[in-house]
Design a protein around this ligand. Structure first.
Ligand code: SF4
Length: 204
């Protein structure tokens, strides 16, 4: 559908992104009665994209390293972020829905930018190596494997799968968060690193 390009000021004083322009809205090819939206941020974000990987559950992230293109499976849709600041989003209800989601993403971009500037970012090579090792089985191997159901899941493996996709938070496993068994905590720290652990709901 043809639209007049409209620029929206989302944050008055964001450190890297403040405004977004909706460039195009077309029917979504994978979801009936929904739209695909193309947007443009007011800054390039190539420097920030590798850090954004740590801000979302690993199961939600797909990163094309040589092009620095990041696709996130979040808010029940695919959102692709390009170094130029272009963002595409499918399965979107309408313009307001697109703006709501992009506002949340812009918040995270600004946070990541602040972290870069404060030097509070993990070594990217280490991070990439960690991400390649994170899967349901490696997560499961760090859990107590008692299938106690205290997290609301029938098994530790079911919990590990949902943890990977961000559908549950790590702090729901109270045998770990309350009792802090050394072997489980150090296993998670080695596997995930501090930043990803926090993204997964670790609050200590
Ligand atoms: S609470 Fe922890 S130990 Fe118990 S089933 Fe869930 S993941 Fe396993």
């Amino acid at each position: 559908m043809e639209i007049d390009e409209l620029e929206y000021e989302i944050f008055e004083d964001g450190p890297i992104v403040r405004k977004v322009t909706i460039k195009e809205m077309r029917p979504c090819i994978v979801a009936e009665n929904m739209i695909r939206v193309l947007m443009q941020l007011d800054s390039e974000i190539g420097e920030v994209i590798p850090v954004l990987i740590t801000k979302y559950p690993p199961g939600k992230v797909n990163y094309i390293e040589n092009k620095k293109i990041l696709t996130l499976n979040i808010y029940k849709r695919l959102v692709t972020l390009y170094p130029s600041g272009k963002i595409s989003m499918n399965k979107t209800i309408d313009k307001e829905d697109a703006l709501e989601v992009v506002t949340e993403i812009m918040k995270v971009i600004n946070e990541a930018y602040n972290e870069i500037n404060s030097g509070d970012v993990a070594n990217y090579d280490e991070l990439r190596e960690k991400l390649s090792n994170i899967g349901p089985l490696s997560l499961y191997n760090c859990l107590p494997k008692t299938d106690c159901e205290k997290c609301g899941e029938k098994t530790c493996m079911a919990f590990a799968i949902k943890l990977l996709s961000g559908d549950v938070k790590l702090d729901k496993c109270t045998p770990i968060t309350d009792d802090l068994p050394d072997d489980a905590v150090s296993c998670l720290e080695d596997l995930l690193g501090t930043q990803i652990m926090q993204t997964m709901g670790w609050k200590r």
